[in-house]
Ligand binder design. Structure first.
Ligand code: PLP
Length: 388
């Protein structure tokens, strides 16, 4: 959402002038330590670890749950490719399932994809939209599965009053440039479980015991990654986090206003949302009866920011080349697919492809003036009336 200003500049100045750019320097809590505490408190979990990206956060969450070779994780067929790649990174295999009209993991299809190898569900709160966590939690409970929430596009959102990240067993957030709050690149994983935290912590930086007291960690150390966080980013994120609820309030208000302004249109219905109050509000989804109608509307609405999720490249499974072709690692001996029968075909998730092609997203912004808003509504109404 790139709302960034003087406070972030001052935070950066403070870190640079302190000379403490490494999170484990000194004996006082670092900016990164403080961000982790504040983020955990905001989400409502005991543990948060800041990491280099959302992808790293997902891998840490999965590693924290001891998911690895021989395991399968159910991932929606509509998400950024990184969700599936994080599963492969820990040695497990992503099994894809359809999304429903909410554009999030379809619990009924996820149920059909469970095998004796399934260890976790990985629902994605795509575009800030809440997954159906009641149904997914029940499914996980009935089948002895863990839940890892991918909240990378949904910093700060919630489901029925609980923030994303505090519902599943572990979760990941992204703070890259395109996200609701940002420090350019960065991420975090959170969990309510001590053992998941400990394994995820070790996985993110197997060298951390050289730098800090981790006497509270009882999980034996194992080889991990280099996903440590920077003090500069930590300082920026602490400020960004204070902006989060204001940004969400602005997005949600504009989404409500836009929905009300378009309520009389008959060309489309609004995409169903599993929890409108918890939705980040970053997009209004318009659902058309036919792909041709969605495309005609889109073509008639230039300058509105409208986009069709079917056209977003690496967010659609058909474009996940390395997944589709089962190249799960840099060498075959590390390729999780080598010991798996899971295969993929281009047409294997028809319901996902269908709903992605019939949906048009209108992005919201927390800072649009009245005149601009009215012009947006007029353009969308004009497109709706001319196209269908
Ligand atoms: C749904 C989803 N999951 C995971 C990621 C990965 O986050 P990052 O780019 O910070 O690694 C992204 C980022 O775009 C995402 O949108």
């Amino acid at each position: 959402m790139y709302q960034i200003g003087e406070e972030e500049i001052q935070a950066l100045r403070r870190v640079i002038e302190s000379g403490r750019l490494f999170r484990y320097q000194g004996d006082q809590p670092s900016e990164t330590d403080l961000f982790e505490r504040e983020w955990a408190a905001r989400i409502g979990v005991p543990h948060a670890v800041a990491v280099s990206s959302g992808t790293a956060g997902l891998s840490c969450a999965l590693a924290g749950l001891a998911i690895g070779p021989g395991d399968e994780v159910i991932v929606p067929a509509y998400t950024y490719i990184a969700t599936a790649l994080a599963v492969l990174a820990v040695g497990a295999v992503p099994v894809l399932a359809e999304v429903d009209a909410s554009l999030t993991l379809d619990p009924a299809d996820a149920a059909r994809k469970i095998t004796p190898r399934t260890k976790a569900l990985l629902p994605v709160h795509m575009c800030g939209l809440p997954c159906n966590m009641d149904a997914l939690t029940a499914l996980a409970r009935d089948n002895g599965l863990a839940i890892v929430e991918d909240a990378c596009q949904a910093d700060g959102g919630s489901y029925k009053g609980t923030r994303f990240g505090a519902i599943g067993d572990a979760a990941a957030f992204s703070f890259n440039y395109f996200k609701i709050i940002t420090c350019g690149e960065g991420g975090a994983f959170v969990t309510q479980h001590d053992d998941v935290y400990q394994r995820g912590l070790i996985y993110h930086d197997a060298g951390c015991p050289f730098f800090r007291d981790i006497s509270e960690v009882t999980v034996p150390l194992f080889a991990g990654m280099g996903n440590r966080f920077s003090e500069l980013l930590g300082a920026v994120l602490r400020v960004q986090a204070t902006r989060l609820d204001g940004i969400l309030a602005g997005l949600r208000a504009e989404k409500r206003r836009l929905r009300a302004a378009l309520a009389e249109e008959t060309a489309f219905t609004f995409s169903p949302v599993n929890d409108p109050d918890g939705d980040c509000g970053a997009h209004l989804g318009l659902l058309f009866a036919r792909e041709a109608d969605a495309r005609a509307f889109h073509a008639a609405a230039p300058g509105t920011g409208a986009w069709i999720p079917r056209d977003t490249g690496r967010h659609v499974y058909t474009n996940w080349e390395c997944v589709m072709e089962r190249r799960g690692a840099h060498v075959e001996t590390r390729n999780p697919y080598a010991a798996s029968e899971v295969t993929y075909t281009q047409d294997m998730y028809p319901a996902t492809l269908d709903v992605l092609a019939r949906t048009v997203f209108i992005p919201t912004t927390p800072a649009r003036g009245d005149a601009e808003f009215d012009a947006l509504v007029a353009a969308l109404q004009g497109a709706a009336r001319s196209a269908v």
